[in-house]
Ligand binder design. Structure first.
Ligand SMILES: Cc1cc2nc3c(=O)[nH]c(=O)nc-3n(C[C@H](O)[C@H](O)[C@H](O)COP(=O)(O)OP(=O)(O)OC[C@H]3O[C@@H](n4cnc5c(N)ncnc54)[C@H](O)[C@@H]3O)c2cc1C
Ligand code: FES
Length: 368
């Protein structure tokens, strides 16, 4: 049967039980009416890759081998430019119209960790850079500890039901601390409040852990890490994990920003080179005057990666940061030989509700 995509599936009878089968493992799970493939998999305790949950970043891309689905929520923006014959499907948005057979990467390492909601107290708040605030959150009295894998993120739950995703900048700590690096977004409601008003002792509601940007330990390949701005947060957590493990694998860590002040934990990143068996760290500034004054590499961070490693076919690559950096990294790193399934990333998109509004506004403009 040829896979097919449609805008909605009016022919699906509501009572029809739909089953998704994952080709590589043979695992199957049911999908309730209106549910996306990703939601149904999560309900069944099966971890498929995702990041933005809004149809934009592409990390949930899989191959549809049989069946048909629709995109009644957000349009599958991340599939633009993908040749139709590749039968790509975005699991975070695709609602099945029939039974599906899918080829998707499963991330079994995150499956055993319970996702929970809890109240946390702000233990520490400090400026890390002019527009980046460091937070340390602790479970409030009587609340459970959060468990997570390095690189995962959490959602801050806002009073109006909206959520704001932030990566956890450390692995689980003995004192249960959760470290966040929050960039102040111009015009952003939550990050402005964090920057201007949040105080130690204040409480937040969070849900986590989320995401599949986690260490992959089933490989002996050399690793490259690329962070842009506060994309450093999850990369820090994953690199610290591998350093603590005493890995013998080679690690090349790149951190890009505009100015020196944006590289807000430079001494820490440099200290990894002493602690690890084979780790090199490169700081890259896009502002030429700042780069020259600081004696650092100049340019865009992905350019530095490609200059040092023009052939990426033998590497695993982790990247995290602004969507523009992640987009260009995806394209150029795969063109440099990196197999797509060895590229792991979190793209720091805005929250799903904001993206949905922006995409809906764009669609409205296009139909006028
Ligand atoms: C997986 C993941 C991990 C992340 N981790 C981090 C991290 O560790 N650190 C970090 O700093 N960031 C991180 N981010 C990004 C972070 O979640 C966003 O910066 C944050 O959600 C912004 O929230 P806000 O309420 O301040 O801004 P919002 O109020 O959501 O606004 C964001 C921007 O969109 C504009 N906007 C809002 N509504 C509309 C609309 N309807 N139409 C047009 N424009 C609109 C606003 O003016 C503003 O410029 C992560 C994102 C993801 C997806
Ligand atoms: S496009 Fe589906 S998680 Fe980002």
């Amino acid at each position: 049967m040829q896979p097919a995509l449609s805008v909605d599936c009016r022919h699906r009878h509501n009572a029809l039980l739909i089953t998704v089968t994952l080709k590589s493992s043979g695992r199957q799970f049911p999908v309730a009416p209106g549910e996306t493939v990703l939601e149904a998999a999560q309900r069944a305790g099966i971890a498929l890759p995702y990041s933005c949950r809004a149809g934009v970043c592409g990390s949930c891309k899989a191959t549809l081998l049989e069946g048909s689905c629709s995109y009644p929520r957000n349009p599958p923006v991340a599939l633009h430019g993908v040749a139709p014959e590749r039968h790509a499907v975005l699991l975070c948005q695709a609602v099945p119209c029939s039974d599906l057979l899918i080829e998707a990467r499963e991330v079994t390492s995150v499956e055993d960790i319970a996702r929970r909601r809890l109240e946390v107290v702000v233990g520490d708040k400090r400026p890390l850079a002019p527009d980046v605030t460091g937070l340390r959150l602790y479970p409030a009295e009587g609340q459970p500890r959060l468990n997570w894998l390095p690189g995962q993120y959490l959602d801050v739950l806002l009073e109006d039901g909206k959520r704001r995703p932030f990566s956890i900048a450390c692995g689980p700590q003995p004192d249960a601390a959760i470290e966040l690096h929050v960039r102040h977004v111009a015009g952003g409601g939550f990050t402005s409040w964090v920057h201007d008003e949040l105080q130690p002792g204040d409480r937040l509601r969070i849900e986590g852990p989320l995401g599949t940007f986690v260490p992959r330990e089933d490989s002996e390949r050399p690793m490259i890490f690329m962070a842009g701005g506060t994309g450093f947060a999850p990369v820090k957590a994953i690199v610290e994990h591998f350093v603590a493990l005493g890995t013998r694998r080679s690690m090349r860590v790149y951190w890009g920003a505009r100015s020196l002040a944006d590289l807000y934990q430079l001494p820490l990143a440099r200290s990894w080179t002493q602690a690890a068996h084979d780790l090199r760290f490169e700081a890259v500034l896009s502002d030429p005057a700042q780069a020259a004054a600081a004696g650092l590499r100049e340019g865009l961070v992905h350019e530095a990666v490609l200059r040092d490693q023009p052939d990426l076919s033998g590497h695993d690559l982790y990247m995290s940061g602004p969507p523009a950096m992640v987009d260009v990294g995806r394209e150029l790193f795969c063109a440099a030989g990196l197999p797509e399934e060895r590229l792991y990333y979190d793209s720091f998109e805005y929250a799903p509700d904001v993206l949905a509004q922006i995409l809906a506004a764009r669609a409205g403009l296009h139909t006028v």
